[in-house]
Design a protein. Sequence first.
Lengths: 1067, 245
Amino acid sequence: MSEQLPTTKKTDPDVASDKPQAGLNRRQFMAASAVTGGVAAVALHQATRSGNALAGTAGASAGTYPLAKPEHVIHSVCLQCHNSCPIKCKVYDGVLAKIDGNPYGPQTMLPHMPMETSPAEAALVDGKLCPKGQAGIQTLYDPYRIKTVLKRAGKRGENKWVSVPFDQAIAELVNGGKLFSSVPGEADRVVPGLKETWKARDASVMKAMSGDAKAVAKGSMSIADFKAAHAAHLDLLIDPDHPDLGTVNNQFCFLAGRIEHGRKEFAKRFVNGGFGSVNWFEHTTVCEQSHHIAYNQSTVPYKGQGKWGKGKHHLKPDSLNSEFIIYFGTSPFEANFGPTNMTERIVEGISNNRMRIVVVDPRAHHTASKAWKWLALRPGTDAAVALAMAKVMMDEGRFDKTFLENANRKAAKADGELCWSTAPWLVRLDDSGQPVAYLRATDVGMEAEDSFVVSRNTELSAFTPEGDSPAEGDLFVQGELNGIKYISALSLYRAEADKHSVSEWCDLAGVDEDDLIEVARELTRHGKAAAVEMYRGVVQHTSGFYNGLAVIMLNVLLGNADWQGGMMKGGGHWHEDGSKHGPFNIVKGMHPGKLAAFGLKVNREGVHFEDTTLFTGQYPAKRPFYPFTGSLYQEVLPSSAMGYPYALKALMLHKGTPVYSVPGGQAMMAYVSDPERLPLFFACDVTVGETSMYCDYIFPDTAIWERWGTPHQSPDVAVTGSKLRQPVVAPFADTCTVFGVEQPINMESIMLAIAEKLSLPGFGKGGFAEGGDFLHGEDWYLRLAANLAKGDKPGQELPQADAEEHRIFLAARGHLPTAVFDEKRWKAAVGEKWWLRVITLLNRGGRFQAADKGWKPPYIAHAYKGQFNCFSEPVAMARNSMSGKHFSGVAHYEPPLDCAGTPVEQGNHELALITNKDILGGHSRTIGNYWTQTYCRPQNHVIVAASDATALGLHDGQEVRVVSRSNPAGVWDLLNGQTKDMVGQVKVSQLIRPGTVGVSWHYGHWANGARDIVIDGTVVPGERRRGKGLCTNAALMLDPVLGDVCLTDPIGGSTSFYDTRVSLVPV
Amino acid sequence: MNRTDANIGENILERMRADLKRALDKPVEDRRWAMAIDLEKCVGCNACTVSCIAENALPPGVVYRPVTEEVVGEYPHARLRWLPRPCMQCEEPPCVNVCPVSATWRRPDGIVVIDYDACIGCRYCIVSCPYQARTFDFGEEHTDLSAHPGQPYEIHRPAFENGVERQRIPHSDKSPVGNARKCTYCVNRLEAGMLPSCTNTCIGGATYFGDLSDSHALIAELAGSPRVMHLKEELGTSPRTFYLS
């Protein structure tokens, strides 16, 4: 990074340059023309011009444009945002020259080209792709990428590093010792190596302990009996008095930001089955997790005996066939899942007068610009708007009564419906009138085991969701039988909608009543071909789960699921894990000696407080439990810092930056800065980031265009698709040798190297048992590719590549070094039988179903065919671990609440802060994309409504500091002697609701090249342009009860991004 | 509702590629290339801007396809609108005649090109263009060279603009550094049978391209739309790039 280069004076575009030109320069010309009028120069040039291809006389020739040839194309998959679009990478002389959309992919071409299309033909067609995806070239060739392993040479966060050999770094991680003896204050600190944390190593011992630990937690085994039964192995446990915390292995934690399928399963194999830790996490709660959990609870099927199964996490409108869509809290033209696929479907509909859209958002974003109506609600009142619309619909009878009266599959089928709901199911109320659970037939003396009840013309009848007899019930009923009070599930929702008049709801939400009524009526004028979509804006609230339910219920009232133009679950994917008869089933039988990781996760997700030994019959817990969610990013570090339920000893951070991306993330800095509390902290990423700068070691990672992956498809796509990311160019970072094979340094090789050093089960020679050796990261992905090439059913095998395709495949990879491509090695990994089919897959960057297979009119082809729950029994039966009170099982409106359910006080700050994701930047690493950052949008702004600006005396370009109750100073304290001001420039706007301040996310960096760091004694200077703008996460409210973590949705787990009030202080 | 068909979308890109193939079978002087931009479909994403920068390996300050953004109306009726602005490829281009060295001209198919080897960088054309379609290459690059070596996409990635493979050398005196630069409808791609990069990449499907002289071409159909609008028509430049408003 310090290579000496010619320095040039920055040229002001407004100032004329006197740069010399070939032949004749400008000054010479001016001088010449003053005398001759320039005639001589013209004559000179024209004499040489004839025959120039520019003249337009040359014929068509692809020879002048090598990027039109398939030998320069490798199809892969983007990850500049999680939408993971299929991409077409054009490589010229080993350099990634251009990234376009993959024309075979349904996300990147509408409709996409058939799989039969030859690579030569496809080379002539570039698919569409958002600007951020195209600017990926500058993430790949970011001058701040790290090439070697960096080891901390100063205090945590001091940003002084030395390069160390990969093998040394791995040995130090594994063995521990006095690793930082040269750092002041750490002379005698002994770092515990991973070999100490990898304590339980015997799968059968862990399995036995796991079962008994669960029994102890459930109260069916005493601690004493447990200790007696496992006396020889109590040292393996974190705390023998709480065996349900699991083994010491759990004190190793893997925390990932941007990770996706393929890598997810790879890392889980290492963390769970290899290392024996339960603590594998990713980051979805900073994105839109509560939206997934709301969908999940809305669709969980009843499994019998009080148990509920797994639901769908994501439905989307069939926007190619819709006539009306309401977008709540999301801009599909800029973000969501995602703009490249969603935009064209929507604008085509608007342009052809097929469809109208409505946007419900405090901000008139790009999508709102095409909307029939923009309802600028107050942040956090999404449920109020949804309930008001529902009230209009129910009061005016504008809902699909036939659909809603069906209580089970059989009844639905009789009406030509593929789905049904629990709208007519009766719910049992307690004495105070609170809903408890769905009424069981036995509750009211009916002789039907494990059955539910509907009421038809006041007659109660028992049924089961999948039973043989159709069940229909009345929608709005309540009553009492044998002293048991009951009410229909839809009535519970209606009661929430009836809590206010439409006019009161509109006042609360700050939207125009006439507009809202008009929208609600219009929504119901299109039969099944209307839909209501929501994303991040609705759910990143403490009330996120309930907001989500309220919006989903509008779709239930329409009965639109699985109908063309309604809601769909998407076409899904073929199973790369081989679980559907693939040649390599990585889920089963390919992990010899797999450890049975068990115990509480450090963030207490996925478990009820009452089902642990930490519960003594008393509330509150020390920190909340999150039984209904996962990927609970924000709670991992604060929980370990508090040691509840236990403290971590080693943390591997992969491609994530929690202190920057999590609301209130600055509260984690003290913990990650302190080696006494977090003894070993290492990261793997492409740059030194805002959080990885606090690490002990940073390993380079392969960038997206240098590595493998099998991301799944957005449910916005109606056809089946499996995308395959693969190496496109040689890796920038150094290589290493693991298990005797040279490979790039990246997440995969780090894990393989640790596995080699510790002899973790399931890696190395025979790591896949009968499935072969696991020596190189590609050994994993090539097997996934073979599974995809085979398909899920007999007859779905991709054709074998012919000689021409094989030739193109090899020619396109001529620039790749053997560390990442070696045909012999690749072929051996999948076997002769699959190799040519895998080439067909690789040549297309995946496999995609034909474009017309997404629909079976009038239905969606890949239909959900399931139940919608208007009342969530599992949630209603659970208690908030801090207050001990039952959660509600019904969609409702509530204000921002702390973890104990108390409304949040915010002092005298009055402006509601919202954030958004710009299409030009998806995550922390996109700040190095100069094409988009420098040209299109060099910085973000503090967007202030015009009327607020007038009232506050603010003007365009003025610098203001953002302050809040949690951060009255308006500053990030980096705890390394540096700070980052939360100061930004005001932009006065007509596009935001008065009383609201908008600041987009992904600017305001202090790492990722924004500030100087020292490597091997040399300063690597940061760039001011990379630190421009502001990140307001440090202003977001911390939970007043906990004080060390942001406000959080107790059900869905989403971090609260939109519940904070701020003030703007002129600087 | 009882639909019998599903809308799977119409592949406009493939239709336009077929149009392009037909045009390429004709002599160059019989082609009349034109571009249409449907403002109702433009969502202001800048995919075209970035695609063009990447395609032509453009340095800072050189932009062939800017997209301007404007706010219209006042809260709560305010909205955004955008105007992508490639070269208008005028039939009467004001930029051509002002060139003192005849380094720029209009091809028989209507594309206005610059011969970078002939351009002397006087910038008369830049000033004369009423659409600001030309920008000057000051020799800069995106990477900050005071701190870093040049990156491969800038120093080891030739562009193929005008059908000429050319490695730009930042801060040098070698063309196209020191030249006026402009959009060519990706003429090199056209001649290879590909649509302009901005047309392919548009996530809203808002950009259309083809041969106006072919009555079966989509572009010819669009040219007859009542929504057609030209920028600064009153100047008599007769732009080949037009808009659907």
